[in-house]
Design a protein around this ligand. Structure first.
Ligand SMILES: [Mn+2]
Length: 383
């Protein structure tokens, strides 16, 4: 069985376009990652495919994004391989009256639960009867929710999307736990989890499959892919293997300490760090700390232009002397990217669409980031 998750189709970021389609390059990357995952799933000759949510990045993905999903998904279902899944938090409508775009999946014979209720049934898979309980993200809001395995099924699967209690990442427990503990303590042969973008085991019978691409620097150390499971005839815990899917390189360059540097020395250091890795086409971040006042503006423009041209995105993040650095979200921010990163993307998008003038956007970004940094350190932000 293949367990795939967090494909985030329709995700778009940065300004570069893919030259043939003129579509956002990251959107194309994410679409191709899903296609590559489908290639690998077909190659593995699985008997069942499960998607544990965040198929789409948004509640209303563009038509071409939906069509791509349907075309790729149909490559699986036309081989008569059952394909079932759920909606994640990204694609769950805020209003119960809105129909989720995932409902289109039924046109290509894939079954998705995308409302606010769990759905379960028994699916014949080869000679086996597999009980599948689909608990979409919209259904986990009900804290009293109880989902039972299908009696009489040879194998029982639970599919859900959210943060499990006790999910510990680098010694930190993730906040915002949204899956009630009794939900995942039921006796299921396997629990397919979505939401956390790293391939990650939880207990003996549950796994996060991880995402098929990286969606921010919080995920720079993740390996995109999906999970491949083998169930024994005699039952018991399945064997779980991670199948990597090729993604665009994302590089977080070693931080530069710029104290005592002037602008030309900083330019040299930036070039030196850039030379240490193959940046062509990559998403690159260079953080520079302790920048003396006035030095950032003096960094050689031509050097920066060249770096921006070579990389899909090259972002230079300065922290001035004495300022507190943007806290590194590390893996813990993996689900959403840091608030600062989200804010930067939000302001960048507004500026690109012309909603904000470049000067106002720059000021807005600087002030907003400052507030977020201060809020992150628990410092008083003022009224
Ligand atoms: Mn996700």
């Amino acid at each position: 069985m293949a367990h795939i998750s967090d494909t985030h189709l329709g995700y778009a970021r940065y300004s570069k376009l893919e030259p043939t389609s003129n579509r956002n390059q990251r959107e194309v990357d994410v679409a191709e990652a899903y296609k590559r995952a489908v290639d690998a799933i077909l190659e593995a000759e699985v008997d069942l495919v499960i998607h544990s949510g965040d198929v789409f990045d948004t509640i209303r993905p563009a038509t071409h994004v939906v069509l791509h999903f349907l075309r790729q998904t149909q490559r699986i279902t036309r081989e008569n391989i059952p394909y079932l899944g759920i909606a994640g938090n990204h694609e769950t409508p805020r209003l119960r009256a809105t129909t989720a775009s995932l409902m289109y999946a039924h046109l290509v014979r894939a079954t998705f639960a995308c409302g606010f209720e769990p759905e379960s049934g028994v699916v014949p898979v080869g000679d086996a009867q597999v009980g599948v309980s689909l608990v979409p993200h919209g259904a986990v809001l009900d804290r009293e929710l109880v989902v039972m395995p299908e009696p009489g099924a040879d194998l029982n699967l639970l599919v859900t999307h959210g943060t499990v209690p006790g999910l510990t990442v680098k010694g930190h427990e993730l906040g915002e736990i949204d899956l009630p503990s009794h939900l995942i303590s039921q006796h299921f042969d396997y629990i397919a989890l979505g939401h956390y973008h790293f391939f990650h085991a939880h207990g003996t019978n549950a796994h996060y499959a991880g995402a098929t691409e990286r969606f921010g620097f919080g995920e720079v150390n993740s390996e995109p892919g999906f999970a491949l499971l083998t169930f024994d005839e005699s039952g018991g815990t399945p064997e779980v293997e991670h199948i990597p899917v090729r993604a665009r390189p994302m590089i977080d360059l070693r931080r530069i300490d710029a104290s005592d540097m002037d602008a030309s020395e900083l330019t040299e250091a930036i070039l030196h760090h850039a030379g240490a890795a193959d940046l062509d086409g990559a998403i690159v971040r260079q953080r520079v700390a302790e920048v003396p006042v006035g030095v950032a503006g003096g960094v050689d423009r031509a050097t920066l232009r060249d770096l921006k041209r070579r990389c899909l995105d090259y972002s230079l993040e300065f922290t001035e002397v004495g300022a507190s650095e943007t806290p590194d979200p590390g893996d813990a921010g993996a689900n959403f990217g840091s608030l600062q990163e989200e804010f930067k993307a939000f302001v960048g998008g507004k500026r690109e669409r012309g909603d904000l003038s470049p000067a106002f956007a720059a000021d807005f970004l600087r002030r907003g980031t400052e507030y977020l940094n201060r809020a992150g350190t628990g410092e008083e932000v003022g009224p």
